[in-house]
Write a protein that binds this ligand. Sequence first.
Ligand code: NAD
Length: 306
Amino acid sequence: MKILLATQKPFAVAAVAGIRQIVEAAGHDLVVFEKYASQSDLVAAVADADAMIIRSDKVTAEVLDAAKRLRIVVRAGAGYDNVDLPAATAHGVVVENTPGQNSNAVAELALAMMIFMARNQFTPATGSEIQGKTLGIQAFGHVGRLVGAKAAALGMKVRAIDPFLPAEKIVGGGAEPAASLEELYATSDYVSIHIPATPETIGSIGYDLITKMPKGATLVNTARKEVIDEAGLEKALEDRPDLKYIADVAPDNLAVLKEKFGLRVFATPKKMGAQSAEANLNAGLAAARQIVAFFADGCTRFQVNK
Ligand code: NAD
């Protein structure tokens, strides 16, 4: 089988070597297609691919139409909002992610972001400590749970909410269940967002929710920029000069936010939550193993378009 490693933003060299080893040991061919210039180059490259490993690369209906032999796409990472799932399903293509493989990198970044904002973006002004503060975790999945455990170790009080988890699982993960999303925001000095970008969550965090946060609170978003209602965020920061926002990755209105709110806002210019050597390697190798298992015995354990 021809397995296309299509990564506009390439994996680390060691990860590519590990992926190649797994793929070739199973008797498949790996074609490395990195740093491609345009979406039309991707459309051309998929013509004879049986499988694809991608990162944030966009697998659109056009890509799927062009990929006549394609049977499986594995997104090396957690979020898969860059894949057109209905189109993949219509083409009979299995889509998988690699849950948990890059969570630690993202969790460490979320913690770092809290401290960075608590210390005024490392400027000399007097800051504050995160110890003793309350952290509210919105969605207690792979990343949310790790953020909670690390924050607890740093002396924070950890609360969480997840509509798809019973309260016992939240307690079992070391956090106190919040009664509602509104209550979580109202009681948290820091809220860390870990929801996926879905039709239900896109634009769901806006003015009403953000302004529920207590005085001096910080909103930390390492999920997706799309889950924020940016106009609502801007108005909240305007009406509440005590609130702060930090994100991986930049909102579309970042220039306006920076100009209006200075050190109260920070955003990474490029998504970097999963950009650690370890996460790169873990997610890449997991993707390769999942593809090998799919062709060996039809394993679709991590399929997200069932
Ligand atoms: P996960 O699937 O393990 O956890 C997601 C959690 O969200 C689950 O517990 C689920 O119950 C909950 N959830 C699902 N739908 C929801 C909804 N409509 N409302 C509220 N909660 C909902 O995923 P994860 O590995 O913890 O990652 C979380 C998100 O973080 C990903 O979807 C991705 O968008 C983002 N992420 C970002 C980076 C980065 O580089 N910044 C890297 C990895 C993941």
